[in-house]
Design a protein around this ligand. Structure first.
Ligand SMILES: *Cc1c(COP(=O)(O)O)cnc(C)c1O
Length: 422
C-alpha cells in the first residue's frame, strides 16, 4: 500500500475526507469498501512467508484478526487528525483499555488513577487486573502531591479520563505530566468525551490515548469500537515489562507489543463493517461535534435558569469549578455531555418518566439526545460503599445532547420539569 501523503496544511475534515486518496481502490471506489474477508491470498510461497514475517517493504494483509484494509482506512483517518504516530482499532472502547493495560502492567506493578472512572474501566482495574497481581492506586487527581506520593518504581502508568463521567472533573495534565516525567511514568488518557479537534492529546503530553469510538466517532451509535493511539513520546525502556522489546526501538515498543502480541492473542479485533460505519462517522465528526456542543452549552445555560434544578455541570458555565482547565485544554464548546441535579432520586425518576422527545438510554453521543440516571443504572450493581468511592450522587442526571433542534429539547425539559413536584 502506498505511503500516506497528507498535506499537513489541510483542516480537520479535509484531512479525513482525503486519506482514502492515498490508498486507491482497484475499482476506484471513493470510500474504502468493506473487505469482509477473513484471509488474504498471496501469489507465491515466498510472498506469504515474507508477509508473515513482516519482511515486505509495504505491509500487506494476511488475516483480518491481525489487520484488515477497511479497518486500516479508519486508522489512517484517525492518524491524520490526531497526529498520533500509530493507531490501532479494536472491537470496543473496553478492548482498547484492556489491551493497553495487558501490555503495560505486570504482576507486582501498579496503576495510579482517579476512582472517578467509567464503570467498566473501574471494574477492570479493581477486580480483573487485581486478580493478576496488578494493584490500582486511587488518588485525588486534583492533588498533584498525592499523585507524586503514590508513584513508585513499579508504577506502569498514570491513567485518567480527560473529563470524568459523570462528575465532569478535569485533571491538570500539565502539572501531572511534570510529576510523571520526573518518575519516567507514561501518561495514559481516555479522551472519549472530547474527541480529536476538541482535545489535542499530543500537545498536552499524552503518551497513550484510548478512545471509545462507539461514542462520537461512530456517528449515530451505529457500531462499537475502540482506538489506541500512541504519540511516540515515551521511552518504554523505563517499563520493566517492555524493556526487552524496547531495546531496539525504545519509542515504539508499546505498539509493537500490542500489535504483534497482545491484540492478536486477545483477538478483540474491529470488524470491517464497524470500521466502515466509523469511517463515515469520522467524515462528519467535526460538524456533529460542533453542533451538539453548542446545543449542550445552550441547554446548560437554560437549565441553570430553572428553579427546580439544584445544580448544573457543564465546563463552559461560569459556575463550573474546572472551567479554567476546560478553557485551557479543550477548544470550542466542550462536548455534548452535561449533568444536573434535582432535589431527590424520586424527583429524577419522575422527571425522566415525563420526557417525550429525549430518550432514556445509556450510551453517549448518539445523534439523539439521551438521558440517564447513573446511580440506579450504570452504577446500579456496585455496593453503596463503592458508589461512595466512585463519587456517584443519587440526585444527578446525565444528559448527552444530540442533533435535535435545541428549542425542541428545551420544550421537552420544561414540560417534564413542570410535571415534577416542587
Ligand atoms: C463508553 C466508554 C468506554 C467504553 O467503551 P465501549 O465502546 O462501550 O467498550 C470507556 N470510557 C469511556 C469514558 C466511555 O464513555
Amino acid at each position: 500500500m502506498a505511503k500516506r501523503d497528507i498535506n499537513t496544511e489541510l483542516g480537520f475534515s479535509s484531512k479525513i475526507l482525503s486519506t482514502d486518496k492515498n490508498h486507491p481502490d482497484v475499482h476506484g471506489a471513493m470510500n474504502t469498501p468493506i473487505y469482509r474477508s477473513a484471509a488474504f491470498e498471496f501469489p507465491d510461497s515466498k510472498s506469504i512467508a515474507d508477509a508473515f514475517q513482516n519482511k515486505e517493504a509495504i505491509a500487506s494483509h494476511t488475516y483480518s484478526r491481525i489487520t484488515n484494509p477497511t479497518v486500516e482506512a479508519l486508522e489512517n483517518k484517525i492518524k491524520a487528525v490526531s497526529g498520533a504516530k500509530d493507531v490501532m482499532m479494536l472491537s470496543s472502547g473496553m478492548a482498547a483499555i484492556s489491551n493497553t493495560f495487558m501490555a503495560l502492567s505486570y504482576a507486582g506493578s501498579n496503576i495510579v488513577t482517579s476512582p472517578h472512572l467509567f464503570g467498566n474501566t473501574f471494574a477492570f482495574f479493581q477486580y480483573t487486573l487485581a486478580e493478576f497481581g496488578v494493584e490500582v492506586r486511587f488518588v485525588n487527581t486534583d492533588n498533584v502531591a498525592e499523585i507524586d506520593a503514590a508513584i513508585d518504581e513499579n508504577t506502569c502508568a498514570f491513567f485518567c479520563e480527560v473529563m470524568t463521567n459523570p462528575h465532569l472533573e478535569i485533571a491538570d495534565l500539565v502539572a501531572i505530566k511534570k510529576i510523571l516525567t520526573k518518575h519516567h511514568v507514561p501518561l495514559v488518557v481516555d479522551s472519549t468525551v472530547i474527541p480529536w479537534g476538541g482535545f489535542d492529546a499530543g500537545k498536552w503530553g499524552v503518551d497513550i490515548e484510548v478512545v471509545s469510538t462507539t461514542k462520537y466517532v461512530s456517528g449515530g451509535a451505529t457500531s462499537l469500537g475502540g482506538a489506541i493511539l500512541d504519540y511516540g513520546s515515551f521511552d518504554w525502556s523505563h517499563n520493566k515489562r517492555l524493556q526487552k522489546v524496547a531495546s531496539p526501538a525504545p519509542y515504539s515498543a508499546f505498539m509493537f507489543k500490542i500489535k504483534r502480541e497482545i491484540a492478536r492473542n486477545f483477538g478483540a479485533c474491529m470488524d470491517p463493517d464497524s470500521a466502515y460505519s466509523q469511517s463515515m462517522g469520522m467524515e462528519t465528526l467535526k460538524v456533529r461535534y460542533e453542533a451538539v456542543s453548542s446545543s449542550a452549552f445552550a441547554l446548560a445555560t437554560f437549565l441553570e435558569s430553572q428553579s427546580k434544578v439544584a445544580k448544573v455541570g457543564y465546563p463552559k458555565l461560569e459556575s463550573f469549578p474546572y472551567k479554567a482547565l476546560s478553557d485551557q485544554f479543550f477548544t470550542g464548546n466542550p462536548g455534548a455531555m452535561l449533568t444536573f441535579n434535582l432535589a431527590s432520586r424520586e424527583e429524577c425518576f419522575a422527571f425522566l418518566d415525563q420526557l417525550k422527545l429525549i430518550r432514556r438510554a445509556t450510551n453517549l453521543f448518539d445523534n439523539r439526545t439521551l438521558i440517564i440516571h447513573p446511580e440506579s443504572t450504570i452504577y446500579g450493581s456496585f455496593t453503596q460503599e463503592m458508589k461512595e468511592v466512585m463519587g456517584i450522587d443519587p440526585t444527578l442526571i446525565r444528559l448527552s445532547v444530540g442533533l435535535e433542534e435545541v428549542e425542541d429539547l428545551k420544550a421537552d425539559i420544561e414540560q417534564a420539569l413542570q410535571a415534577v413536584q416542587a
